[in-house]
Design a protein around this ligand. Structure first.
Ligand SMILES: Cc1cc2nc3c(=O)[nH]c(=O)nc-3n(C[C@H](O)[C@H](O)[C@H](O)COP(=O)(O)O)c2cc1C
Length: 182
């Protein structure tokens, strides 16, 4: 029996927007590959910013008792993670960046990851600029963060148009979802 878990995060306030549709498609792909999936709409959650208190460097976990405690547990348990964000001012939006900062709790005092090895992740973004590579340099920085956390970045999928059921990116998202559930 294969017991795989793939979780997805949507940082857009538009719960049925492009990012959401693509993250859901990636989770559909992961489910098809046999994984259990779970979606988090971050706009519905109470997530504070990192307080830089360094509690996580001397202890296991984060001192801030907000909804991120559930996310820490889910990331620990997950084999695959789908990070979805709209592009706001040339990069992932503030909510997604907030999530990234809070993942600092998964590093020790030497900035080495405390997470178990073997996790994979994809990044899904939506923008209005037709050039899909326009913000790639900024997005690659977030792949560096994943690497630092010991999570293997498997791909970046970007779209610039309103998603329809037959948009090619829907299929691409499903394929990437399958890939992180392998
Ligand atoms: C505050 C804000 C800033 C934005 N900045 C950019 C930008 O720099 N480049 C771009 O191409 N689109 C930008 N957009 C457009 C969004 O990225 C685009 O509408 C995206 O598809 C929204 O994704 P969603 O449907 O998942 O919410 C911005 C939108 C907002 C609200």
């Amino acid at each position: 029996m294969i017991c795989l878990k793939v979780i997805g995060f949507v940082s857009s306030p538009r719960k049925d927007g492009n990012t959401s549709k693509l993250v859901k498609s990636a989770l559909d792909g992961a489910k098809k590959a046999g994984a259990e999936t779970k979606l988090f709409q971050l706009s519905e959650m109470d997530i504070g910013d990192c307080k830089a208190c360094m509690f996580c460097k001397a202890n296991d976990g984060c001192a801030q008792k907000d909804d991120f405690q559930e996310i820490y547990k889910e990331i620990c348990d997950a084999d695959g993670i789908v990070f979805g964000s709209p592009i706001y001012f040339f990069d992932i939006n503030a909510k997604a960046r907030l999530v990234e900062d809070r993942l600092f709790a998964f590093t020790n005092a030497e900035m080495k990851s405390k997470l178990p090895k073997g996790k994979k992740a994809i990044l899904i973004t939506s923008q209005t600029t037709p050039d899909k590579n326009a913000f790639m340099n900024n997005l690659k920085v977030h792949e560096t963060s994943m690497n630092m956390l010991g999570i293997e970045p498997v791909g970046i999928l970007t779209t610039f148009s309103e998603m329809k059921d037959d948009s090619p990116e829907i299929e691409e998202a499903k394929k990437l979802g399958e890939k992180i559930a392998e």
